[in-house]
Design a protein around this ligand. Structure first.
Ligand code: PXP
Length: 242
């Protein structure tokens, strides 16, 4: 059955805008689980722009579904993952100046380094997923380095300017799924998925989990706003605060 991993990075982004304690991504994770999230995803970036190490440690203690730690393939992150022991790790490329993860990991161009990283994590019983573009050579490379999972980058599909381009990108995702399955890789997918474009990706053969963040947190801000304003009016009257 297809599962949903909720990415809570954007809750932390809002907190870090004021460097204060709210909104707390750990509380957000709990609420997401109560609403049916099958897993929680958090990306500890090298520049710590949203999720902090404190969050990862608390999430490890509180998440009741599964914790997917997204991280760059660096020695610093490897040490953190080995200490925290998330349920799985998704290796992503990271550039300091990017707004979000822009492209997939170049597994084919970094075979040796990634093979070692995958080995170190999987030897510690932490399955590894590689976030890659839907390209044959990257899928082949993911199988070569013996990662358990790939996460197909759905950004090009999500950002396609026309319906025709989108259909073409969906075709590429479909072919990637077929190839990955034939190589024994398990498949997740994510990035840029919204309430409008998720269904076709959800129907892709063999995809086990979708990791979705921005669209869910964006919607949460809007569907929660009326209640938040009402509660502030009550607080101003000295009546029950939330
Ligand atoms: N999967 C990976 C590997 C990501 O880096 C991200 C973004 O942090 C997502 C999924 C979620 O993307 P979005 O926030 O666009 O739903």
């Amino acid at each position: 059955m297809l599962t949903l991993g909720v990415n809570i990075d954007h809750v932390a982004t809002l907190r870090q805008a004021r460097r204060t304690v709210e909104p707390d991504p750990v509380t957000a994770a709990l609420l997401a689980e109560l609403a049916g999230a099958d897993g929680i995803t958090a990306h500890l970036r090298e520049d710590r722009r949203h999720i902090q190490e404190r969050d990862i440690h608390l999430l490890r203690q509180t998440v009741r579904t599964h914790l997917n730690l997204e991280m760059a393939a660096t020695p610093e992150m490897l040490a953190i993952a080995l200490a925290v022991k998330p349920d799985y790790v998704t290796l992503v490329p990271e550039k300091r100046e990017e707004v979000t993860t822009e492209g997939g990991l170049d597994v084919a161009g970094n075979l040796e380094r990634l093979q070692r990283m995958v080995y170190d994590l999987q030897s510690a019983k932490i399955p590894v997923s590689l976030f890659i573009d839907p390209e044959p050579q990257q899928i082949e490379a993911a199988a070569k380095v013996e990662a358990k999972f790939i996460e197909l980058h759905t950004g090009r599909y999500a950002d396609a300017p026309t319906a025709e381009d989108q259909a073409q990108e969906l075709g590429a995702l479909q072919q990637s799924c077929d190839q990955a399955l034939s190589l024994g890789l398990r498949i997740n997918a994510g990035h840029g998925l919204t309430y409008w474009n998720v269904y076709d990706v959800a129907c892709l053969p063999g995809v086990e989990e979708l990791n979705i963040g921005h669209s869910i947190i964006s919607r949460a801000v809007l569907v929660g706003l009326e209640r938040a304003v009402r509660e502030m009016k009550l607080a101003m009257l000295g009546q029950v605060a939330p």
